[in-house]
Design a protein around this ligand. Structure first.
Ligand code: ATP
Length: 594
């Protein structure tokens, strides 16, 4: 597959790649031109280990579209050279004003047309390149997040993930999108220095020396600013966390004015002020360094006009050519200097993404086949899991070792007190948490890390904190089945039967759970897992769940594993497993009551 220049094509390439391999990063890399792909992958791996951020950025852009990148660099450079040609023609017109000819005006018009065409073309390509880079980076990160283990993502936290997707991606693509024009500016700068050397070599050497000194001092300022900007990026995570708490805790804040005031003045405002103070410091230093970088050119012109003629013999034409060229070079130099802070922000964001462990080696992302198969038995053998708290040294809750078996067509209830480990066990059973010790076996075959993605496809689950998407995705619902389940669940008015859209807002908690149940029932996987599903249902619906829905789901050999506190309905289970402090307390087998 060849890389496409347009955003729309790139978007569809990505969609197709994601569809074929929902979790496979290799699919994204298949969009690269074949010759460059192995080299870029190898280099990226090396870069992520060595922390060579600038090169990482460069390769991110190449992966977006190396043809568009090259085209915009060449066109941008050519337009810069055409502008330099204009300056040269103006300079020539001063020295040849006594012998007018038609050649100079013709060349001048040709140079003007070239500048117009080349600049417009270069900018059009740049816009498309920046959008396709943003799309690619966003999709890659989403893909990496989906491929990352759930415990790692839970440890990172939603606020950091959102901060990364919303802020860091923007910072990186912002820097990347200007990279080709910066390359073009660098080309113009080098050609301009070449032209200066053709006018006077000693003067060109002095100009380069002075320019190097100015850039070195600018970079020192940048390094200083970097310290504050890095701290500000850390503070931004805390601000995002508190803003998220405010949005989700709005009812609790509204209900208590004192809590509301304390939240704003003692929590949100200090975090926000700290972030802004560091941002202001960093930006001030950057602004000072940038102004100094630009001013150094004028100091150079001042030295040229007032000091150099006293030290060296130089013709007025040469001086004029120098002044014109240096004034012209302020624009490409400005674009390079102006880009460095953006590069700096991008580097901070890239390091942040790296630190969250999401710049993983593409080879580590397991490709997953989405086909689901049946099973003869699912067994957990001596599985255990321990939560680790990142802040304190003491160990968290420990579950296991636990032995458990799930057979086709059976109903298994997991019961126990609050905090006894029922949800943790369900997450291990469904493959969301890889066990720290012990094995998961399907039909006596051990499920290793590479098979975990396939293993997860055996389950349709509804967890307590589950999210409801606003449409039916990943399933092709049979219309008869859809009507049947919506009727049984009493939510016919919440589903658009034509489009498959679900009404996910303005729902009661119970209705929300029923829609989640509908999605699970339509998914028709071999095992259904429900985490306290009936807890928010009215008594009538509890009856329907235990007496009608559960038996219906187990027809055709499917199994139901339900976490429940409803001891009145234990008769509906074939087996009841009770957990106490992370251990199986007792297990008893029951027949379903007629
Ligand atoms: N992400 C986590 N990090 C650290 N500890 C956790 C995490 N999730 C749960 N725990 C701890 O693990 C223990 C078991 O939690 P779990 O959610 O499995 O219990 P449960 O039996 O489902 O409880 P409930 O009936 O209240 O839903 C609890 O003590 C809880 O504090």
């Amino acid at each position: 597959m060849s890389p496409s220049l347009t955003f729309a094509n790139c978007y569809w390439d990505l969609r197709l790649a994601l569809l074929h391999h929902p979790f496979g990063l290799s699919s994204l890399f298949s969009l690269l031109p074949h010759k460059t792909e192995p080299f870029i992958e190898t280099y990226e791996r090396h870069c992520s280990h060595e922390g060579s951020v600038a090169m990482n950025l460069f390769f991110l852009m190449l992966r977006s579209s190396w043809k568009a990148s090259l085209a915009s660099i060449v066109l941008g450079g050519a337009s810069g050279l055409a502008t330099l040609g204009l300056i040269t023609l103006i300079h020539r017109s001063f020295s040849t004003q006594n012998t007018p000819s038609a050649v100079l005006p013709t060349l001048f018009i040709a140079a003007c047309v070239s500048v117009l065409v080349l600049q417009v073309l270069s900018k059009c390509i740049l816009t498309r390149l920046s959008q396709s880079t943003a799309a690619r980076l966003q999709f890659e990160l989403c893909n990496r997040i989906m491929a990352a283990p759930l415990p790692d993502l839970e440890q990172v936290g939603p606020h950091r993930l959102l901060g990364m997707l919303q802020g860091d991606v923007g910072a990186i693509t912002g820097a990347l999108s200007n990279f080709p024009s910066v390359c073009a500016s660098a080309m113009v700068l080098i050609s301009g220095i070449g032209y200066l050397a053709s006018l006077s070599f000693p003067l060109a050497i002095c100009t380069v020396l002075m320019g190097s000194l100015a850039i070195a001092s600018y970079l020192t300022g940048l390094h200083w600013a970097n310290y504050h900007l890095r701290q500000a990026r850390e503070d931004r995570d805390e601000v995002s966390k508190q803003l998220q708490a405010m949005v989700f805790g709005i009812k609790e804040l509204k209900a208590n004015n004192r809590r509301c005031v304390e939240f704003i003045y003692d929590v949100l405002l200090p975090a926000d002020t700290s972030m802004r103070e560091r941002l202001i410091k960093g930006t001030d230093i950057l602004g000072g360094a940038h102004t100094w970088g630009r001013l150094s050119l004028f100091i150079g012109i001042g030295l040229l006009l007032f000091v150099w003629p006293r030290l060296w013999t130089v013709t007025p034409e040469t001086l004029m050519g120098y002044t014109l060229t240096i004034l012209y070079l302020t624009s490409p130099l400005d674009s390079i200097l102006g880009w460095l802070p953006a590069l700096n922000r991008a580097a901070i964001s890239l390091q942040k993404i790296n630190a969250l462990g999401l710049m993983i080696d593409p080879a580590l992302a397991p490709p997953v086949a989405s086909t689901e198969t049946g099973f003869r038995s699912i067994s957990l053998q001596s599985v255990s899991y321990t939560y680790h708290s990142p802040n304190d040294d003491e160990e968290g809750f420990h579950l296991g070792p636990i032995d458990l078996q799930v057979l086709p067509g059976e109903v298994l209830f997991i019961v126990g007190g609050n905090g006894s480990g029922k949800t943790t066990l369900a997450k291990i059973l469904t493959g969301l948490y890889p066990p720290h010790s012990g094995d998961i076996l399907v039909d006596n075959q051990v499920i290793d890390e590479s098979a975990m993605g396939d293993y997860r496809q055996l389950f349709s689950s509804v967890f307590v904190e589950g999210h409801l998407f606003d449409r039916l995705m990943g399933i092709d619902p049979n219309p008869m089945l859809l009507r049947h389940w919506t009727r049984l669940l009493g939510i016919e008015d919440k589903v658009d039967f034509e489009t498959g859209m679900l009404q996910t807002n303005k729902l009661s908690r119970g209705q929300h759970k029923r829609l989640a149940m509908l999605v699970a029932c339509l998914d028709q996987r071999p095992v259904f897992v429900f985490d306290e599903w009936a807890a928010e249902q009215d008594p009538t619906f509890k009856e329907i769940f235990y007496r009608e829905i559960v038996p219906e789901l187990t027809r055709n050999g499917r199994a139901v594993v339900a976490i429940t506190h409803d001891d009145r309905y234990f008769f509906a289970a074939d087996r009841v497993v009770k957990l106490v402090d992370g251990q199986v307390d007792r297990e008893r087998t029951q027949r379903i009551a007629a």
